[in-house]
Ligand binder design. Sequence first.
Ligand code: FAD
Ligand code: PYC
Length: 401
Amino acid sequence: MTQAPDRYWRAAEPKAAYEVVIVGAGGHGLATAYYLAKNHGITDVCVVEKGWLGGGNMARNTTVIRSNYLQDESAAIYEYSLKLWEGLEEALGFDMQFSQRGVLHLIHDLSTRRSSARTVNANRLNGIDAELLDAQQVKEFCPIISVSPDVRYPVIGGTLQRRGGIARHDKVAWAFATAADRLGVDIVEHAEVTGFVREGAAVVGVETSRGTIRAKTVALVAAGHSSVLASMAGLRLPIQSHPLQALVSALYEPVLPCIVMSNAVHVYVSQADKGELVMGAGIDAYNSYAQRGSFHVIEHQMAAAVELFPLFAHAQLLRTWGGIVDVSPDASPIIGPTGIPGLFINCGWGTGGFKATPASGWVFAETLAPGVPSDLARPYALDRFSSGALIDEHGAAAVAH
Ligand code: FAD
Ligand code: PYC
């Protein structure tokens, strides 16, 4: 993990009080701070981070960006995000190596072909670019994939979102931090939130390892640890934390022009501009807060990758790592008020929140500023787990849960 150069933003000393305190300097927390300042003129904002900026999932993910989700509510927020991505480098004045090279999901069986056709049709109805390919078209789009019928999981087709892509994740964190800092936001690293300041039922600040910080609004954006933080305020969230692992190969000649995902064999892979193959796995099945997982998961993932791409047998493993993702029962995020006055939450993005970074920040800022959920956030309210209005995205989340 690259530690961020500190020339871009000030390492702030926390003040005693702010209008808004955001807990977690991952992508979503930093984007929220930026859009609070930029879109709503709220600059008296502090982002507190227990480690270093972007040291959580933000710079541990495999950077897949796409919007081809099944449900209308998801299509709305992820497509909003993709549109923001398309103008983000210009808006933030930062090269983030955003590259729309196409995301291909492989189909290995007839039932997946039927569900994929449904998703492609739903995507098109929502104005999202999506194509259903046969095996030959898969081979034409990504020549190094084996479409031999003799492998354990033959490729019989695929879905393609050409506008899907990747970006360099640490640069995205640094870009939002730099832009927020320029607008007056304080970013305080190495300040772990250990409790909340209460006045009656309301939350009016946070206790941190660097002292008490009071705030009119406290916003939890601490992926992987949201249930731990919420429990400090007496709130039990329907969230499970799991390790999710990834790896990179040593530098490899350019062979992979697009992003390829296969939910059946639990592997997704792209090739970074420098040449490393970047690959991820399904989640480790047990709950954990440690940023590491079990070796057998990546062993299985590498076996799957070599079967799909025989060429990868020549690649050398460089390093592996893990992050902690927070998964909700319907594999969709939770955004909005918590029921505790002064306390808001944005969590549960699970294995898919990198792509959502700009929209997550945008809609959360749009919710925090007036104190009521914005239109895009409303379906993601916490009360859907009692009302039953779930947004089931297990299939389109595209990573095995
Ligand atoms: P984080 O970067 O984790 O930010 C949360 C921050 O809160 C952390 O910095 C943490 O230190 C801080 N924090 C926690 N507790 C406290 C506390 N008590 N006090 C102060 N600070 C605290 N998504 C995609 O869309 N595409 C992908 O290809 C993809 N691949 C992934 C691959 C892996 C291996 C992993 C782990 C995740 C992947 N994801 C992907 C998911 C994505 O990374 C997350 O959903 C998203 O990054 C979560 O938002 P965040 O960036 O704000 O989280
Ligand atoms: O959400 O597209 C995704 C993804 C890919 C790898 C992990 N998550």
